[in-house]
Ligand binder design. Structure first.
Ligand code: NAG
Ligand code: NAG
Ligand code: NAG
Length: 367
């Protein structure tokens, strides 16, 4: 009896190891497929496990894919199929959190002009893309500009044209009539990308206040002083070198909902770099087809192209290795000087985003 069990156990291990090994092999073949030209793959994996493109389920509001002209052995199909279940479970999580009444005012927003301004339209392929900052959205915009027919390939688009919405041929949803908007929201493929909410804030802070890109001097010269005036605890060391906005000032500002609104009002509308994803894209009020995660962009990008039915027309630009990975050390480092009270306040404001997109609450900062 004991022998049987041992044997069974051993078989289990062998199976697990095999499964692991096959994942590993798949991963590598896929990487080549994603970042370079289409590569023909040797057929060393079991053809029995291959899944045809048409077997991939499509989001409910998409017409089924046309039968593929390609041979049915798609190298990355198994992988994409795996990812489909990840994408579906994310949508389930999203919809469950949207129903949570306690979180309602952090998750539901009205479909106002601010939201419609964030969403870009590709009519030719029936795609809507909600732009969120610091997650590689420029690349997605390039993809859509190519699809809209403005340029033959992503590399041909001049950098300064990407954000010039007069000229790049990528209209915003807000530029259409109410009827046109409703039609598109009801039938197009819709997606956006998110990342860990706190890491996102660090990224915004660095980008807008530390690196201070010369295109946006406003952050450093107007917004930073307003935040410092209101939230810096001690003004004694003002006037010395390096008195720019500190991360702790920034966090206090973000966590103070009413005060932040007053500061923001001086500068017009919401500042897109730190309003919540819920406020940017209204994920509980628009039925998105896919919500990608920056941390897994290497897998989400090809999945999105496939799910949107455009994977044969365009590819996502190559992703520099490591840049999408969540870095807890960095988060700990930035938050190390922040009081627990301020972290909690911040978390209560961004809690909706953590929950909606399944990011674990940052207990290592909260407790
Ligand atoms: C709703 O959200 C609150 C606050 O995060 C949480 O405590 C509660 O468990 C959630 N309810 C459900 C049904 O998930
Ligand atoms: C959400 O609602 C609760 C109680 O209904 C309130 O205490 C909280 O301040 C609200 N949060 C926001 C961001 O409006
Ligand atoms: C994570 O962040 C820390 C601190 O900013 C940095 O030193 C480290 O190189 C980062 N790690 C990775 C893997 O990028």
């Amino acid at each position: 009896m004991r022998h049987h069990w041992l044997l069974l156990g051993a078989c289990g291990w062998v199976l697990l190891i095999l499964m692991f090994a096959s994942k590993f092999i798949n991963f590598h073949s896929r990487a080549a497929d994603d970042y370079g030209e289409k590569v023909e793959l040797p057929s060393w994996t079991d053809p029995g496990t291959k899944i045809k493109k048409s077997d991939l389920e499509h989001p409910p509001d998409r017409p089924a894919a046309k039968p593929s002209e390609q041979p049915s052995l798609e190298p990355s199909a198994v992988d994409l199929f795996d990812w489909h279940s990840v994408a579906v479970s994310r949508l389930e999580q999203l919809s469950a959190v949207c129903k949570n009444a306690t979180l309602r005012n952090l998750t539901h927003v009205s479909l106002n002009k601010f939201v419609l301004d964030r969403i870009f339209v590709c009519d030719k392929h029936k795609i809507l893309f909600c732009q969120t900052p610091k997650v590689g959205n420029t690349q997605w915009k390039k993809v859509l500009i190519v699809l809209n027919g403005g340029f033959p390939s992503v590399e041909d688009i001049p950098e300064n044209l990407v954000h010039d919405h007069e000229k790049n041929g990528l209209p915003r949803l807000s530029s259409l009539s109410q009827k046109e908007i409703t039609e598109r929201l009801g039938s197009y493929f819709k997606f956006f990308i998110v990342r860990d909410p706190f890491e996102r804030l660090i990224s915004a802070f660095k980008d807008k206040f530390v690196k201070n890109p010369r295109f946006e001097p406003w952050y450093k010269h107007d917004i930073a002083p307003a935040i410092i005036r209101k939230y810096r605890k001690s003004h004694r060391d003002d006037g010395k070198a390096g008195t720019g906005l500190r991360f702790e000032d920034f966090i206090r500002y973000l966590g103070d909902d009413a005060g932040r609104r007053r500061v923001d009002r001086q500068f017009g509308e919401h500042i897109i770099h730190w309003v919540t994803y819920a406020e940017l894209c209204a994920p509980c009020d628009i039925e998105y087809s896919v919500v990608g995660h920056h941390e897994t962009l290497e897998r989400d990008a090809p999945y999105i192209l496939k799910a949107a039915g455009i994977d044969r027309l365009v590819s996502y630009p190559s992703i520099p290795p490591g840049i999408t990975r969540y870095n807890r050390t960095k988060v700990e480092h930035y938050f190390s000087g922040i009081s627990q009270r301020d972290v909690r306040r911040l978390y209560s404001r961004y809690q909706g985003d953590f929950r909606l997109f399944g990011y674990p609450s940052p207990d290592f900062l909260l407790n």
